[in-house]
Design a protein around this ligand. Structure first.
Ligand code: 9YT
Length: 129
């Protein structure tokens, strides 16, 4: 069994910080679970273009508020604590943090390796190992 705390992981390179969000990857590919599990903070009043062409992601809102807009159909979804959104179609979308930002728990399949950030098209690279 593996036991970690968010607090200890935040002090390591598991914590990845970008302009719009930061994320602490609590479990990664090398844990061999078939998915990775992250606690992510979306910064207030940000908009991030995301298109996980190579991954599926499930996102559960823990606190704060935000919005997801799916680009193909222009639909907007308000995300509040207790809401889960599931990107089962590799959905191209905008993720917006509300005025107080938003904290979410995310699972990625396949798991990320650790240092991934979005490229100019909102994509994380495919796992080529
Ligand atoms: C919800 C989302 O995808 N935010 C971007 C960061 C991602 N959760 C990550 O890499 O941990």
């Amino acid at each position: 069994m593996i036991v970690r705390t968010l607090e200890e992981c935040e002090k390591t390179d598991r914590r990845v910080v970008t302009e719009n969000w930061e994320s602490t990857r609590l479990s990664l590919k090398d844990d061999n679970m078939g998915f990775s599990f992250h606690i992510t903070t979306i910064y207030p009043n940000t908009e991030t273009h995301i298109h996980y062409k190579n991954h599926l992601e499930t996102v559960y809102c823990i606190e704060g508020e935000g919005e997801v807009e799916t680009i193909a159909d222009g639909r907007k979804y308000r995300i509040t604590p207790g809401t889960v959104y599931i990107l089962d179609q590799h959905d191209d979308h905008y993720l917006r943090g509300g005025p107080n930002g938003m904290k979410v728990a995310c699972a990625f399949n396949p798991p990320v390796s650790g240092r991934e950030v979005h490229d100019e098209n909102g994509v994380y690279p495919a796992d080529t190992d």
